[in-house]
Structures are given as C-alpha cells and as structure tokens.
Design a protein around this ligand. Sequence first.
Ligand code: ADP
Ligand code: MG
Length: 260
Amino acid sequence: MSDLIRLDNLTVTYERHPAVHHISGAFRTGSLTAIAGPNGAGKSTLLKAIVGELRPAGGSIDRGALTRNDFGYLPQAADINRRFPISVADTIMLGAWKNAGAFGRFSRQDAERARDALSVVGLSGFENRHIGSLSAGQFQRVLFARLLLQDARVILLDEPFTAIDQRTTRDLLDLVLRWNNEGRTVIAVLHDFDQVRAHFPETMLIARELVGWGDTQDVMSPANLIRARAMAERWDEEAEACLPDDELAEGGLAKREPAE
Ligand code: ADP
Ligand code: MG
C-alpha cells in the first residue's frame, strides 16, 4: 500500500499553544486506522488539520492528489448543532452538495441515493423528521447516511460511537468496515480500546505528541498506554510549559519529557 496522507513534523496550535506537536508518519491508501489518546490529546485537532479546517503552525500535511471533496468528515457530536431546523432528508442531501448544479439543485438520482442511504442505515421513512426529534443513535445513523451519499475516498470519524447505543454502534461499525473493504481509507478517533483492538489493524496513539503509530497490537501495549496517560497528566500540571514551536526548538521541550 502506498502513502496517501503524509504528516511531516506536524504542529497545530490554538493561539500559539500547540495542541498537537511534531507528528510525522503516513496513512496508507486503503488503511483502517484508529486514533486513540487521553482527553485533550489533540485527536480532534489532528482530524481538523487533515481535512484542512485548521492550518499547520509547523511542519506539513501532504495530501498528494486528494482534494477537499475526497474527504468525508464526521465531527465530534459536541460540534454539531442539532437545533438547526432541518429535516433528515435535507441533512443527508447536504452530503451530495458536490454533485449539485451551480444553483444547488439536486438531481432525481440524488434523491434516490438519499433514500437508499437511509435504508442502509435502517431509517427508511424518516425523511421528513426534524433532526432535533431523533435519538442520539438515530441522528448518528443520519450522519452516516450522509457520508454514504458523499462517497468519499477518505473517511474521518471523530468519536462516532460515543454515547451511542450498542445496536447502533454495531450497525455503524459494520458500515465502517464495509467502507474499508471497498478500498476507502478510514481514520476514526475512538475511546473503546477493545473495539480498536478487535477491528482496527492500525492505531495512532497520541498525547499531544506521538506515542506510537503502526500495528495496533504493538502500539496499544500497556507500557504505551501508561506513557500516554503520564504525558497527559504532566501537561495538565504544567500548562505554562506549553510553548509554541519556535520556543520549543530552543529547548522548552525538555521540560515536558515524560518520565520513563
Ligand atoms: P481531543 O480531541 O484529543 O480530546 P482536542 O483536539 O479537542 O483534543 O484538544 C486538544 C487541546 O487543544 C486541548 O487542550 C483543548 O483544550 C485545546 N483546544 C481545542 N479546541 C480549541 C479551540 N478552539 N481553541 C483553543 N484551544 C482549543
Ligand atoms: Mg476530541
């Protein structure tokens, strides 16, 4: 498998405070990767940088020939406004915007594909429901239907199963595995380590910096998980040591080197 997205010494900051830091490596074409790490580790920040919502403060992301339309991105639930007065059908159709004409008109085929997508996620007949009236699991099914319609080569999911019922998790996980079987590259932020070990061949473990990236069984070792936890606790206590890239280059990083 060839490299699809390369990160080279990537640093992403919020107002000069690094959220992820000096990350290098590659997602290969057709790979299925989990991103794991403690709260505040920079997982969501990393996904936003990969899809181009945030610009690197240092280093680079090489997306090769991929364009914005090649990415299907599901943000973390907390980032999605469900009070927006919109129907299930319209929410899904927004996934097809790239196929719409200059005046944003959807084709009959798009409408058919939207119906098919709803059926795949088990929500046939929900077209006219207001998204605010759905359960968390049903809403997540709608967002997956939208991804289906988007038909992207690269799919990024930010905690897709957090606060989602077991049945829905199983159904949507099947869909994720199917996407990968179709040759799509899938990257998912997950917090259920058993699920990661069972279904995701590769894992990126981060605690703002990279702890490990590669074969899941190697990366998710007890030693690495302890190390990630220790790194997270360390920066919680030493927030003032969180320096921007240029100052870190001058030796600031040494202060936050994790204890072995
Ligand atoms: P994770 O998804 O791993 O929990 P995030 O990427 O959401 O972590 O956040 C990484 C760090 O960046 C955290 O310290 C968080 O508080 C901070 N952060 C996230 N979003 C913003 C923002 N919009 N403005 C400032 N700081 C942010
Ligand atoms: Mg997050």
